[in-house]
Design a protein around this ligand. Structure first.
Ligand SMILES: [Zn+2]
Ligand SMILES: [Zn+2]
Ligand SMILES: [Zn+2]
Ligand SMILES: [Zn+2]
Length: 450
């Protein structure tokens, strides 16, 4: 159990602090004991590892002789079975599940405690919740009085925050992965897409050491963020009128690292949208007499369907849903741009897959990562030569991981390590190249461990 009062005294969004602690605990367990537990290994195999952000956490936190090589051998074997079609592939991340559970649990306790005046004062002094955890708090199911404090503090903070870092911090909280993404992106100049014929482009895009779809996602994001900056600059000098879009927290964070002035214009738009939602919520909460739900029910909703009873003092499901809708995040245009390019790249290779030059080039190149083999399969654009190539690459890296494991054995330690020394990094790039943001294994390692 976390001491919430101590967390509040540290300042900043409590949700972000709890998330950071949950990740640190997960990483510590993983490194010391969990990785060896059969249950964890089974879970990692079924999930095909962890999400890209948690892969980056693992890489950055791994010291010499860490468990990555050992664990990845099992994940690569599981991925090979999924690519071969002999087992269903359902990528997931148990670290995210643990983090979300911890955050939800602590937000729920916080909302209960906010009925105590001193806690509410400390919460306001800490600056309330970031937009991600504000939305999470609405989803947790809270006493209406706790929710009212959260909403009031959020509104005051957003209205008072100066443009620039205070506004970005109020919206975004703390995300340790943002720094890792920025370090990865600083490693390499981005490719420029020139208008060549389809086949030439496809052949040129097949990279020797990384997934070309992952690389395309990165190029698409950079192009979108550059385009947005140029459009907003034209608006500033009166040559265009473009409303800044509302980006998701991850992409607003990426934009802040890419071009700060554009990020601040965009943050102002996010603030306006959030303040509108909060004003709606406050209006509803203002008419609510404690203890609770009756006011909400009268102001917003009919009695619960099926004759169920809402608990006095608690915000019922239907009310909570209405509140969440009021503050729903609009779709992020950067996410849409990146997903669209990913899909188009997959369709483009599918269109020329029967050309023998493409066959030969795919077999020579790195090929798609498993995440993209599976997303193409899900979209109905599975390409046999790409799937076969992924299977052969998995077999090769699986062998290297076994070799690297053998080196851990005292009997074989005198042997110099060969290509297997970096097998763990190549395995990650092959399993989910999004962890490396389209980099190859060597660049990924030096960016995250450097
Ligand atoms: Zn937060
Ligand atoms: Zn995760
Ligand atoms: Zn990929
Ligand atoms: Zn986004």
């Amino acid at each position: 159990m976390i001491d919430l009062t101590a967390l509040l005294a540290e300042g900043g969004c409590v949700g972000c602090r709890v998330a950071g602690r949950a990740d640190a605990t997960w990483l510590r367990w993983f490194r010391t004991e969990k990785h060896a537990e059969p249950q964890t290994r089974r879970r990692l195999a079924t999930d095909l590892g962890v999400c890209p952000a948690h892969l980056r956490t693992l890489i950055a936190g791994e010291g010499p002789g860490g468990p990555l090589t050992d664990v990845l051998a099992g994940v690569v074997a599981a991925a090979a079975a999924v690519v071969a079609g002999s087992s269903p592939g359902t990528p997931g991340c148990h670290a995210c599940v643990e983090r979300h559970d911890a955050v939800d649990r602590e937000l729920s306790s916080l909302l209960d405690l906010l009925t105590v005046a001193e806690v509410a004062t400390a919460f306001a002094a800490a600056g309330g919740l970031c937009q991600r955890h504000l939305r999470r708090a609405l989803d947790v199911g809270s006493p209406a009085s706790g929710l009212r404090v959260v909403v009031e503090v959020a509104r005051a903070r957003l209205e008072e925050a100066d443009d620039g870092t205070p506004l970005l911090t109020a919206l975004l909280g703390r995300d340790a992965d943002a720094r890792r993404r920025a370090r990865l992106r600083a490693q390499r100049p981005l490719a420029v897409d020139v208008g060549q014929p389809l086949l030439t482009q496809v052949l040129e895009e097949l990279e020797p050491l990384a997934c070309p779809v992952c690389r395309a996602r990165e190029d698409a994001l950079a192009a979108y963020l550059d385009h947005l900056g140029a459009e907003l600059a034209r608006t500033d000098i009166g040559r265009a009128v473009v409303e800044p879009p509302v980006l998701c927290p991850i992409h607003l964070e990426d934009l802040a690292a890419h071009e700060r002035s554009t990020a601040i214009s965009t943050a102002r738009a996010a603030r306006r949208v959030l303040l509108d939602g909060l004003a709606g919520l406050e209006g509803a909460l203002g008419g609510l007499r404690d203890p609770g739900w009756r006011g909400w029910g009268a102001a917003l909703l009919a009695p619960p369907a099926g004759g169920g009873r809402l608990q006095p003092g608690r915000v019922g499901h239907r009310v909570r849903d209405a509140a969440t809708r009021m503050l729903a995040a609009p779709p992020c245009p950067a996410c849409r741009a990146v997903d669209r390019v990913e899909q188009r790249r997959q369709q483009r290779l599918a269109a020329v897959q029967d050309d023998p030059r493409v066959h030969a080039a795919v077999e020579r190149a790195h090929g798609w990562c498993v995440a993209h083999v599976l997303s193409a399969r899900g979209r109905g654009t599975a390409i046999p030569v790409v799937e076969r190539t992924a299977a052969t690459r998995l077999a090769a890296v699986g062998w290297e991981l076994e070799e690297a494991r053998r080196h851990e054995d005292v009997v074989w330690r005198h042997e110099p390590m060969g290509s297997e020394a970096l097998a763990w990094a190549r395995a990650i790039v092959l399993l989910d190249g999004r962890a490396a943001l389209g980099h190859d294994a060597v660049a990924m390692r030096s960016a995250l461990r450097g």
